[in-house]
Design a protein around this ligand. Structure first.
Ligand code: PGA
Length: 249
């Protein structure tokens, strides 16, 4: 059985005090669930979030990291720094990192390798842009993103990888991929991994869908056989919405 996950990517939202307030509410309202629930606040709130959630099943992830261990990389954070505050999960390759901060497949492959070398869990994001879909290139683009960043991995490294398919045209736009579009792409992702590695790895990897998941569409998206949960942006900032999405899984 694959692990189901609902993860909240808070992006550049919520200061320390606001983070404490939202986490307090989430921890109090979290329903019993066999799914993993993860939140990714900003770097400055991570340490306090870990402490606040020490008695909760809610896990804490970082939104990004640098590939180097340390050094002259102004403004960056290393895997060791995250591990030192007990954060062992990191989101890598979010479309905003790709489009706004110029992160390309080559850089992302380095980040993934560095996180895995430190035994971290990686939530690896990828997905096509609207033009790719309009020109019917979306499968090719997604395959290439996967191949460039992940296909040099050893078979055993896949147990540390969670995939998050996020079509860029659905992120923050209110426009969601239909459950059928999500299923179609998730099935293709699994097939691509089965061909490059093996059926067991493909069958075991958790694949999240991300892009305008809300309480009113989560259940239908999560009901698809190859969709194992969601990476939630906007709706993860509202306690009741996020809780409803957790319930939907
Ligand atoms: P959204 O963001 O749910 O606000 O569309 C998803 C994401 O960026 O991970």
């Amino acid at each position: 059985m694959r692990t189901k996950i609902v993860a909240g990517n808070w992006k550049m939202n919520k200061n320390l005090e606001e983070t404490e307030a939202l986490l307090g509410e989430l921890a109090a309202k979290l329903p019993d669930t066999s799914a993993e629930v993860i939140v990714a606040p900003t770097f400055v709130s991570l340490s306090s979030a870990v402490q606040q959630l020490s008695q909760s099943v809610i896990q804490v992830a970082a939104q990004n990291m640098h590939f180097a261990e340390n050094g002259a990389y102004t403004g960056e954070i290393s895997a060791d720094m995250l591990l030192a505050i007990d954060v062992d999960t990191v989101i890598i390759g979010h479309s905003e990192r790709r489009s706004l901060f110029g992160e390309n497949d080559e850089l992302l492959a380095k980040k993934v390798k560095s996180a895995l070398d430190k035994n971290m869990k990686v939530i690896f994001c990828f997905g096509e842009e609207l033009d790719d879909r309009k020109s019917d290139n979306h499968f090719k683009v997604v395959e290439t993103q996967l191949k460039n960043a992940l296909f040099d991995l050893t078979a055993s490294a896949w147990s540390q990888i969670v995939l998050a398919y996020e079509p860029v045209w659905a992120i923050g736009t209110g426009e969601t991929a239909s459950p059928e579009q999500a299923q179609e792409m998730h099935a293709l992702i699994r097939k691509t991994i089965a061909e490059a590695f093996n059926a067991e790895i493909a069958g075991n990897v958790t694949i999240l869908y991300g892009g305008s998941v809300k309480p009113n569409n989560a259940k239908e998206i999560f009901s698809k056989p190859d969709v194992d949960g969601g990476l939630i942006g906007g709706a993860s900032l509202k306690c009741d919405d996020f809780i409803e999405i957790v319930k939907a899984i």
